[in-house]
Ligand binder design. Structure first.
Ligand code: ADP
Ligand code: MG
Length: 666
């Protein structure tokens, strides 16, 4: 099936490994770009001082020795000769390299020189000779795949491949003096010098951003024209009555957002709106009111959350909010019993459910709606501009509302969400307090326990979060078990704790969650950061172990689990006091500010809090660093679009295809 078979030396095992990193065709392989280029400067180990970074060529002199320590750390140590000097080399957590390190082999070691031990602590080992001045392409690898073999496959592929598509129109290629696509791809993989890297980068980045902005601009264009929205003839006082019934008064921004949504939903324009608001700012109720508006016009709503736990929680709380209405609410998640699922599916088909809550899989499952009028997506930073193509229900054009707790800077939002309208909730519900944030080192754990003790004595509850290495099917629970043991030891029967992790069954997760909600347990130790939307009002403290390993956006989200009541809440970050990211959190509780900071500090990477997917995942462009190219591509693609809409892209068949993809609802 795969034309990868044209590549020499690719057996079924390697094909599987490549497939793990998304390489399934020769096309994928050719377009698997390096994420970095290093200029090689070889050092002489005799001249290296203590703690110098070095790149040295050596000859392996002994078989490596493997050590195992801590929970799952390994090290390989071996002797090597470099510039006629004998040294030791150690490399951590790369046990799989062992078979490649053979006495007599010439290798290149990159790492730090520890003069006291005459040892190089390697960050990387290359099984090839490198020359000073040459450029080394660095790829994301995976276990079982060395950089040497990946390069060999790519090199082979470049020799046989010739299906290059250049998405940049000719006149723009000329205008910017871009090199042709084929050369660019070759140069990005195998550049002869720095200039080639630059030329290839700018070409490929521009191309990627041009294509992306083209889609955004196109969607904006059809939205402008689009009069396919449901025009709902409803009595606004019915909505007001519902709002008056709610257990609290809406904040100013909630009110404003609802007004904007109401306008969208009662006009002929199809709603395509992003609702941005910090954790705890109260987006859910806005979504509920939107679904009520939709219900008043006798249409069904689908509300999707990222995890089953969140979906279930939404279901429980929303059911409560709708108690005094005639709206019928249903839950549909993957792990429900088949019989129950079938029943829900049947009801949806017959219009006997007005609001269905589920995970993001809801729309792709074989669900038929009687009259779907509104789709709401929670905690998702928009999964690609193609998302609406997921609607399996032919011919349906529901209004769309996205909700995101990771606001992004304004200029940026205008560009990448260019085809959407945006509502912001900046005001917080009344009585919300700032969450006190403190940083503690691991040595100060006892003082953290003391803080916990106070909360426990006041009958409050505590979350503990610990990052976890999850390797495919198995997970290592050593750390959380250790935390649980230590806490139980320290508190001597004063606490009841439980452990929550990603691999538990839905029933177990639900049970653990409910026990915590009902206060049967008072400490919830969680290994997973997925369950970010959880709402337990009595929780006043969150302790995050290894905080530096989480992104800013994630930490802020996690912190938002507490401070949901009238008491003072505390977030303890265990990590290094000097870590700038942790300090930002200590400084501020404002999600908009934190995202700006995040944006400044690390660029696009973690900006969206979750790994980007769909069309937001760029191969080579970096939204932060390449803002200038992005803005240029935005303007150029707009001109290109305007010019070619008239003649149906007849000279640009590739763009006709893209448009087809964007508008095809099958
Ligand atoms: P998020 O924006 O993070 O999804 P939620 O919608 O979960 O936030 O709201 C957080 C909590 O605040 C919920 O318990 C909700 O009931 C409460 N809440 C929402 N709006 C208000 C308000 N206007 N006044 C008081 N409490 C509110
Ligand atoms: Mg929410």
């Amino acid at each position: 099936m795969s034309d990868l078979s044209k590549i020499k030396g690719l057996g079924p095992k390697t094909l599987e490994i490549l497939s793990n990193i998304g390489i399934n065709t020769i096309d994928d392989l050719v377009n698997y770009y390096p994420y970095r280029h290093d200029i090689i400067v070889l050092n002489d180990i005799k001249e290296a001082k203590n703690q110098d970074k070095v790149t040295i060529e050596c000859i392996v002199d002994s078989v490596p020795l493997t050590r195992r320590f801590k929970a799952n750390m390994t090290s390989l140590t071996f002797r090597a000769m470099s510039s006629k000097k004998m040294i030791a080399v150690v490399i951590f957590n790369r046990a799989f390299l062992k078979t490649h390190i053979k006495p007599g082999a010439v290798i290149t070691v990159i790492g730090k020189y520890d003069a006291l031990r005459n040892t190089v602590v390697a960050s990387d080992i290359k099984f090839e000779k490198l020359l000073t001045g040459s450029i080394e392409s660095i790829y994301h690898l995976t276990s079982g795949l060395t950089s040497k073999s990946l390069k060999k496959y790519i090199n082979e592929a470049l020799l046989v491949y010739d299906d290059y598509i250049d998405y940049i129109p000719d006149y723009l290629n000329k205008k910017y003096n871009f090199i042709d696509k084929k050369s660019a791809v070759k140069m990005i993989h195998e550049p002869k010098n720095e200039d080639e890297v630059k030329q290839a980068m700018v070409k490929l980045k521009y191309e990627e951003l041009f294509k992306f902005m083209f889609k955004i601009n196109y969607l904006k264009e059809i939205n402008k024209e689009n009069k396919t929205g449901y025009i709902r003839n409803i009595d606004p006082s019915d909505v007001d009555d519902f709002i008056r019934m709610l257990p609290f008064e809406l904040t100013v921004d909630q009110d404003k957002a609802i007004e904007e949504i109401y306008k969208d939903m009662t006009s002929s324009k199809r709603m395509n709106r992003m609702l941005q608001g910090d954790v705890g700012s109260g987006k859910t109720i806005v979504a509920v009111i939107a679904s009520y508006i939709n219900y008043l016009s006798k249409n069904q709503t689908a509300l999707m959350a990222p995890t089953e736990v969140l979906a279930t929680q939404h279901y429980e709380s929303i059911k409560g909010l709708l108690e005094n209405t005639n709206m019928r609410v249903g839950l549909l998640v993957g792990s429900m019993k088949k019989k129950d699922k079938d029943e829900v599916v049947e009801k949806l088909k017959n219009g006997k459910i007005d609001l269905i809550i589920g995970t993001h899989a809801l729309l792709s499952e074989n669900v038929i709606f009687k009259n779907l009028g509104l789709v709401i997506t929670d905690e998702q930073h928009r999964f690609g501009v193609n998302q609406r193509a997921n609607l399996k229900n032919k011919g349906l054009l529901p209004d769309i509302l996205y909700m995101s707790a990771t606001p992004i800077p304004r200029t940026f939002a205008l560009t990448i969400y260019g085809d959407m309208d945006i509502s912001n909730i900046k005001t917080k519900p009344k009585g919300r307090r700032e969450i006190k944030t403190i940083i503690k080192s691991e040595k100060e754990l006892v003082s953290v326990y003391e803080l916990m003790k106070k909360e426990i004595e006041n009958s409050h509850q505590i979350y503990i979060v610990s990052p976890l290495i999850e390797e495919s099917d198995t997970i290592d629970l050593t750390t959380v078990n250790e935390i649980k043991r230590n806490i139980e030891l320290y508190f001597q029967g004063q606490v009841k704790s439980s452990i929550m992790h990603g691999k538990l069954s839905r029933n177990d997760k639900e049970k653990i969650m409910n026990e915590f909600k009902e206060g049967k347990t008072n400490v919830l130790i969680s290994t997973t950061v997925i369950e970010v939307g959880i709402d337990v009002k009595n929780a006043t403290m969150i302790v995050i172990y290894d905080a530096e390993r989480f992104g800013l956006a994630t930490l802020h989200q996690l912190r938002g689990r507490v401070g949901r009541n009238e008491f003072e809440s505390t977030c303890v970050l265990i990590g290094n006091e000097d870590c700038e990211r942790l300090r930002v959190l200590q400084e501020s509780n404002d999600g908009f500010y934190i995202t700006e900071k995040d944006y400044e500090m690390r660029g696009e990477g973690d900006l969206f809090g979750v790994k980007q997917s769909g069309d937001m995942e760029f191969k080579i462009a970096n939204l932060h660093q390449d803002m200038k190219i992005l803005l240029q591509a935005k303007a150029d693609s707009k001109d290109f679009l305007d010019e070619n809409i008239k003649n149906n892209f007849e000279n640009y068949i590739e763009y006709a295809k893209i448009i087809n993809e964007l508008t095809n609802l099958d």
